[in-house]
Design a protein around this ligand. Sequence first.
Ligand code: ADP
Ligand code: MG
Length: 273
Amino acid sequence: ASTPAQAVRKAGFSDAPLLRAGAPVRVQGISKSFGFLKVLDAVDLYLPAGSVTAILGPSGSGKSTLLRSINHLERVDSGFIAVDGHLVGYRQSGETLYELKEKDILKRRADIGMVFQNFNLFPHLTVLENLIEAPMQVRGTDRGAAVELARELLARVGLTDKIDAYPRQLSGGQQQRVAIARALALRPKVLLFDEPTSALDPELVGEVLDVIKELARTGTTLVIVTHEIGFAREVADTVVFMEGGHILEVGPPARIFSRPEHPRTREFLAKVL
Ligand code: ADP
Ligand code: MG
């Protein structure tokens, strides 16, 4: 075990820029196996503050595990992860050089919002209660301020009139917009979307993508696992193609979608385009 600064230097980075607030997300050499199955194999990822990254790849390629590792929902077997000036963990050849303590994991996770395919709202709470729960519990925000922020966020996702509704009374698209507002209520530095529109009826996809598009303009660092190629082309500044636990290709959408270099990227795009 060492200090974050020592661990950062050991990973070959300069500690000062990487441990400053507003620092980029740095993932280096992360690997993760479930039993004999290697799901992430030496994955590197660099996300400058304010960047929008789309992750594409076939089912089972490790996309969700990558997001979950950044958010510390999975503990990687090896590799280095730093988010917004905080080292999340660093393990190398079985040795733990740095790891967050349990109580700090919760704190850090609050800085990293996550939006799932299936919305994951609290079914027994109203929209308002869904939005104020985490700010009050995790950040210690008082109820008045939490409610005010909730109203502001609901206006932003166009759901002011649903403030007292229960999730089951909302369409899938509305539920997902509430889920995005709920993630924003913690004012995350990084927001991770795991196939946010995959569970939606086609006619509801657009309203959710529009909300994400709007967010992309506000400077929150976004990572979006998606099969919506048109959306990725329009909104992402970087596209990452994953397969079999590897990142096979990274580049700007204009290039990846018109001139993919890796044969597997070409095959994948031929299927989804
Ligand atoms: P993707 O999101 O790209 O579809 P995932 O990261 O969900 O891929 O999964 C990658 C592989 O890891 C899949 O083969 C999946 O079955 C396996 N996997 C994911 N989570 C677990 C787990 N908790 N236990 C065992 N295998 C898992
Ligand atoms: Mg997945």
